[in-house]
Write a protein that binds this ligand. Sequence first.
Ligand code: ADP
Ligand code: MG
Length: 685
Amino acid sequence: MTPFRQSISALKGIGEKKAVLFHRLDIFTIGDLLTHFPRAYEDRTVCRSIGEAPGDAPCCVSAVVITPARHTKLKHGLELSKLTVADDSGRLAITFFNQRYAADSLLLGREYVFYGTIEGVGSRKHITNPLFEASEAPPFFTRRIVPVYPLTAGLTNRAFSRFVAQALALTDGRIPEPVPDALRSRYHLAHKSFALQAIHFPASMEALELARRRLIWEEFFRFSLALGRLKQRHTDTAGIPIPPVSLEPFLQALPFSLTSAQRRVIHEIAEDCASGPPMRRLVQGDVGSGKTMVAAAAVYLAAKNEMQTAFMAPTELLARQHFHTISPLLQACGISVGLLTGSMRPKEKHAVLQALESGEISLLIGTHALLSERVAFSRLGLVITDEQHRFGVQQRASLAEKGQSPHVLVLSATPIPRTLALILYSDLDLSIVDELPPGRQPVKTFFVGENKRAKLYEFVRKTVLEGRQAYFVCPTITEKEESASERKAVKQYTELLQRDIFPGLRIGCIHGQMAAGEKEQVMQSFSEGGLDLLIATTVIEVGVDVPNAALMIVEDAERFGLSQLHQLRGRVGRGAHESYCFLLSSHPSEETRARLRALCKSNDGFQIAEADLKLRGPGDFFGVRQHGMPKLKIGSLPLDLPLLQEAQSAAAELLARDPHLTEPEHLCLQKTVSALLSQMEGGFS
Ligand code: ADP
Ligand code: MG
């Protein structure tokens, strides 16, 4: 067994109890331990004499113990231990609080290195609770750059680094090197064993930088290889081509003419479907750019070639809405459309399923219910998923398995920068609808404080008087909190508005805990103009389309992400009316102000996504796990984008030469890539 795969209990000092603490950090093997990277470093390399120690910053001093420790008991169980140490430049008084054991371990006449901030001047220099280790011992937590780990209760940083040091010693000389020599020299990458040593115990900041570069590069490299293999797998399969047909009848049935971006993307789709391996394409576009019609055109193409389409939406609300907009349009072209959602009565479901199996229905729109085993198509040729970040790779795949390598179209909800999209979705081809339908006015967005509330309510009245409708959005109480309190918050707020603020207006409310049928009724009534105001949680975030709604007020706006706010704001400004969005925040921090202002200034979802990405900073990048991607352990985006690009082109080149990574020097890579692949395909909820 490679030392990496060995259990951590192979380390001295890790018994069953300790192991549990490590498991909490997702550390099971030596390899897990060595790839549990520090989240920060503390530079303890500065050494001074007692006389020259700065009074305001920590440093190391080497000094000899000249008086033994004396202990004094104080009130409240507090105990003081005092002793004195000295070097050539002077004396230093040391005080320990409740560390009798530490104080007693310092032996008279021996030299130690102490680390801490030395206060006082001249003969009055003193230090409290310093860290220390014997001068003749190898430097461990003094005189070096010390790693700081993300930890869990019960594990100290010092103990943890000791175990890491032990693991490094245990694996010394046996650390596998997955990146081939040629690539390492070409991309100036340090050796893996050096990198692992230096990332935990860097000898210098330069060494740390080399280690980081190497490890981030490898992480992105593996990730790119895995995505590349995924893509290969699909290009290896033969698709059933959808030959082009005239779209004229479809275009005639539309109540508007398509934008040129829509036309271009439809053309890209048609070409892609017409030949070769099955289409696997992501359609990106800002909120309101009209992705649904692009999808409808694809359905038309498939249906006119006697192929069925499955169209999956993340919520029942959205599935129904798609059904209501798409079905009349396609029906007019002689294409029959069915709807399948979890809340339908068994009898209704049964009828739909039968019609589907017999081929009577050409398009089935629905929620996750489409994934059910009982859903069988007679000739599934196209799979569309809307608002893709809510679905995983696995769900997309299991829907596709209902046909024989059908074409796959993914509509993304959140615009992300093109560079990133190309990488994250490198297993898909990319089409971008980069134009809004004509006449769309940008949503005027303002950030306001609590003091403007009364004025805002006045503005709501005025808007309603003009015949428009408005949304109030309340934050969804965090997922873990009682869902009942969310309902209460929205309901109470609705009651308050109805009773005290807008007694004359028709107000409805909608939230995640309502039954699907109920939600549908409220939405229906709002969309038909039966309600003036809709008080909602983020259930309306995706896709909901009511062109007459021209005003949105977001309560506690600081609790939303920027891209999410942009999505929400996209619920207004969908008709020809001038539209407004007010972001309310009662105690905005400077950071909140900056974030929300960014949103007020821009109406471009791609730009906002980029800003959002930067603000969220390193670490887990915007719900990547939801995309089915593994969490990055060391790289962070967009910060390390250049490394990602490097690694990606290296991966593409390597796969072109050795598609299955079977050459002997790629075997180690092949193993880690396969492991990553099965993680990406299998495991996430
Ligand atoms: P999204 O890309 O956010 O999913 P939708 O597909 O929901 O956008 O379209 C937003 C609105 O724009 C819908 O009301 C739709 O009917 C309308 N729409 C789509 N394409 C056009 C067009 N070419 N001209 C005018 N309106 C359009
Ligand atoms: Mg949409």
